[in-house]
Design a protein. Structure first.
Lengths: 273, 323
């Protein structure tokens, strides 16, 4: 009996290790070859002389840094706007009963699941006409479709978790509606709000379709720019790896910070992990 | 609020109740929501435009456009490329979703059943592929499958396989795209189902153990029905996204080789942007939107049923545990 359990545990761990290898090895290998010189790329596997020349070439001698900053500008401002407009909306959905409430909530959610190209094709035309094509504002606006539904739906769940009694008690204490919101509720949802915002940032940061079609020369995000390193005639594999590594870094770091809230965010509040 | 002092006819009483509430209080939820709606509602305009322009011959090349009724739609439905695109869309979504769900469920069960330091670390690090942008993930896999420098080529050489074509061949391109999709999104399924497993009540499993139920019996009759809502949510998200997949396929081969990976999204992009036939690209994407909506509604319906069933079981289980 005991032996059987040891065997079954070994099998379980073996299978998990196998999957872990599949999931993590590509990332490990990407970081590894980002330190390989072009010459060593072809004749070495794991043992080689690490060099920083790829990082030097990509970060200092191309516009990569500019794309990185562009991505930060667009994603951060998009999330901030979504937080400012979305948190009150989430509160209204959680606390008030009003006509067409669920319809409104699902309309907002459906923005996230409409095919991105369906949005982008007509938007491309509108943006050309009103001068928003290839601007920061244009991208920030369309990114609201990614960040706003996420924030509203996740934060709504956090508000619903808070008992109404707390609000009533605060009102009895003489707080106005606004003060209750600011002083009692916001501190309570803060962990959830921060992690939902970070997840929204990751989604915005990782988006590819919107910047591919709605920007290109003046504003360019890192996801679109990274693809260029493939297209060039003389392929520098190490530089591609650097571009991939650096652009993956912020998302992975943020993901580590929000582990506890990840399930809830990824499922838009449908699964409360 | 419930007192109707002025006491008009009883039929209008409910309405009257609302009327006694100050206008501002009644409007407050709408006012609070207004900014978020104003910001996102702009999207309804493009959507309406999409339907309108799908009936025109609008092109970025022509100075003017004409209303041509359903010619774009008829052209599309009689075009072999359209049916090919539908077939590619369905096949990609089917294979990607099935493999992600099966592997995700398996790994989640393994992770949920064992609690040690190894699984604790795994739960965190396994989410990494999901956090990397799908485009970046595709670039990594392109490097790995590159026949000159890729590690997979060196690995396959050990088994006597040389120059495996990966995304470059008609025969293996779909496999490669699904593999990348699996790599990126399997963690999504894992952590959703894992959350379901971890929230399971303990008592029914203990009694099943005492009764001597086999592992398979416990899984079929206890675990599966209770984690069904989580499975449906994972299925919903994955199926909707894989039907629309654009980034991975575009970054991998732009739909090639030939038209092997031309699904509806990529075809619409090519028609609209590469060939600049804007009007005729829109029907493709409207059809896609219709398919996605149809599928989503079916799964949401099942999710709600499963949630009811699972919570009923939960309550019954808790009561059973008490008695």
């Amino acid at each position: 009996m005991k032996r059987k359990r040891i065997v079954s545990n070994a099998v379980k761990n073996g299978l998990l290790a196998l999957y872990a290898l599949f999931a993590l090895f590509p990332l490990f290998w990407m970081v590894l070859i980002s330190f390989k010189s072009d010459a060593q790329m072809f004749n070495t596997t794991f043992i080689f002389n690490p060099t920083l020349e790829n990082y030097d070439a990509v970060l200092l001698r191309t516009d990569y840094f500019k794309y990185f900053i562009d991505s930060i500008i667009v994603s951060v401002i998009a999330v901030l706007i979504s937080v400012l407009a979305g948190v009150p909306a989430a509160y209204a959905l959680a606390r008030y009963d009003f006509k067409k409430k669920e319809n409104l909530a699902f309309t907002i959610l459906s923005f996230r699941f409409a095919p991105e190209i369906l949005v982008v094709l007509p938007l491309f035309m509108i943006y050309q006409k009103i001068g928003l094509y290839d601007t920061y504002f244009g991208l920030i606006w369309v990114y609201q479709l990614i960040t706003m539904p996420l924030l509203i739906w996740v934060i709504r769940g956090y508000f619903e978790d808070i008992s109404v009694e707390i609000e009533h008690a605060a009102q009895v204490d003489g707080y106005s509606w606004w003060q209750v919101f600011l002083k009692r509720l916001l501190p309570l949802i803060k962990p959830g709000l921060v992690s939902a915002s970070l997840l929204a940032f990751i989604f915005a940061w990782n988006n590819f379709t919107f910047p591919l079609m709605l920007s290109g020369t003046y504003v360019e995000t890192i996801t679109v720019a990274s693809l260029k390193y493939i297209a060039s005639d003389t392929v520098h594999y190490g530089q591609m790896a650097v571009a991939a590594t650096v652009s993956a870094l912020p998302a992975v770091i943020f993901a580590l910070l929000i582990q506890k809230h990840l399930v809830r965010g990824l499922s838009f509040g449908a699964v409360k992990g | 609020m419930a007192f109707n002092i002025k006491g008009k006819q009883p039929k209008g009483a409910a309405k009257n109740d609302l009327n006694t509430v100050p206008w501002l209080t009644k409007a407050r939820p709408y006012l609070i929501m207004a900014p978020s709606l104003l910001i996102t509602i702009g999207i309804l305009i493009p959507f309406g435009m999409a339907i309108f322009y799908s009936l025109t011959n609008y092109s970025f090349r022509l100075p003017n456009y004409k209303f041509i009724w359903f010619r774009n739609w008829i052209n599309m439905f009689t075009d072999k490329a359209f049916w090919h695109a539908v077939w590619v869309t369905v096949r990609f979504a089917f294979f990607a979703t099935v493999f992600e769900m099966l592997l995700g469920l398996g790994i989640a069960l393994l992770l949920g059943n064992t609690e040690n330091r190894f699984t604790k670390i795994l739960r965190v690090v396994l989410t990494f592929p999901l956090m990397v942008a799908p485009v970046i993930g595709t670039i990594i896999w392109q490097l790995m499958t590159n026949n000159a420098v890729g590690i997979l080529e060196k690995f396959l050489n050990l088994f006597g396989i040389y120059n495996f074509p990966w995304a470059a061949s008609h025969a293996t391109a779909m496999f490669t795209a699904v593999l990348i999709d699996l790599w990126v999104y399997c963690p999504f399924v894992i952590i959703l189902i894992l959350a379901g497993i971890q929230s399971l009540p303990k008592s029914p499993f203990e009694s099943a153990k005492i009764d001597g139920g086999s592992a398979w019996f416990t899984f079929r009759n206890l675990t599966l029905p209770m984690i069904k809502p989580c499975i449906y949510i994972a299925l919903l998200f994955r199926l909707m996204a894989s039907l629309q997949e654009f980034s991975i396929i575009f970054a991998l081969t732009k739909g090639g080789p030939g038209d092997t990976l031309m699904n509806l999204s990529v075809t619409a992009y090519n028609t609209g942007f590469a060939f600049q036939k804007f009007g005729s690209s829109l029907p493709y994407i409207l059809v896609l939107w219709f398919i996605v909506n149809l599928v989503a509604k079916q799964i949401v319906k099942r999710w709600m049923q499963s949630q009811k069933a699972a919570s009923g079981r939960d309550a019954a289980a808790e009561e059973g545990g008490k008695s």
